[in-house]
Design a protein around this ligand. Structure first.
Ligand code: ADP
Ligand code: MG
Length: 267
């Protein structure tokens, strides 16, 4: 059964999409079967994978609103070895159209359940708000990955996100956990960065990934070529960082599984 991670932060520009696309490609490079779900009407993850969002036959909108079978909406990222449920601006209408629907929080979860055995990891690139789309992502997920920049206001807003995660966990998705906090656009020479890191570790302990994603211009260039960084410049610091992150994500998942197995054996 796939592990499903929502990559979320209601702030824009913190590296959600960059992380979604490049973690998907890095995990796929380790022979894991990956589905990337683009849940942002901007369709940046879709474009970043080399898929033209303006010529989609079907998108995640059709899955959420029109109850289209998810298998008919999934496409392959050219060259990168993973699958994508793409998005475009049609998705903007989804929120309004779902308002009066019963079970609207569960649309994505129900759709993903039908394909979960075909993937090892499903990554969901969330929009920059805590709206019904994000609630759909959290309801469908086993874990939350929070990318953030280590800047002064970074921690502000984090409590709203954590509250939303906790409410979704209490009310509709008891298995949901914070999977990891990822420091993005990282510059270790900046003393503020170190203060924010200390604070994050105080609040979240070892949930803070030890891998950091450096500020790297190649990461910013790759989307305009429709390629994950691994296929654009695999020697770059950005590519190495996302490969290291994939390794850390896999190790964490393996230790969670063995901890669960031990717990089951004890009971
Ligand atoms: P979000 O999805 O949270 O809005 P993005 O992943 O789109 O954030 O990143 C915002 C901008 O910053 C994009 O132009 C992206 O190319 C750039 N960017 C993201 N991560 C890095 C990085 N580590 N180094 C340099 N530029 C980055
Ligand atoms: Mg984005």
């Amino acid at each position: 059964m796939a592990k499903v991670y929502a990559i979320t932060n209601q702030k824009g520009g913190v590296g959600k999409t960059t992380t979604s696309v490049n973690l998907a490609a890095s995990l796929a490079a380790t022979k894991r079967r990956i589905l990337l779900v683009d849940l942002d009407p901007q369709g940046n993850a879709t474009m970043g994978c080399g898929i033209d969002k303006s010529s989609l036959e079907y998108s995640v909108y059709d899955v959420l609103v029109a109850s289209k079978a998810i298998g008919e909406c999934i496409v392959e990222a050219p060259e990168s070895g993973f699958s994508v449920l793409p998005a475009n601006q049609d998705l903007t209408a989804a929120e309004v159209e779902l308002i009066n629907e019963i079970g609207r929080e569960f649309r994505l979860r129900e759709a993903l359940a039908t394909v979960a055995d075909q993937y090892d990891y499903i990554l969901i690139d969330c929009p920059p708000s805590l709206n019904m789309l994000t609630v759909n992502a959290l309801a469908a997920s086993t874990g939350v990955i929070i990318p953030m920049q280590c800047e002064y206001y970074a921690l502000e807003g984090l409590s709203a996100l954590i509250n939303t995660v906790n409410r979704v966990k209490q009310l509709i998705n008891p298995v949901l956990e914070i999977e990891g906090i990822l420091r993005t656009m990282y510059d270790g020479r900046n003393s503020l960065t170190n203060q924010v890191t200390d604070e994050l570790r105080r609040h979240f302990g070892n949930k803070v990934y030890s891998t950091v994603i450096p500020r790297n211009v190649r990461l910013a260039e790759a989307p305009s070529h429709g390629l994950p960084i691994l296929f654009y410049d695999k020697q770059s610091k950005g590519a190495l960082a996302y490969l290291a992150l994939a390794g850390e994500v896999l190790r964490r998942a393996a230790s969670d599984t063995s901890a669960n197995t031990q717990a089951e054996q004890i009971h």
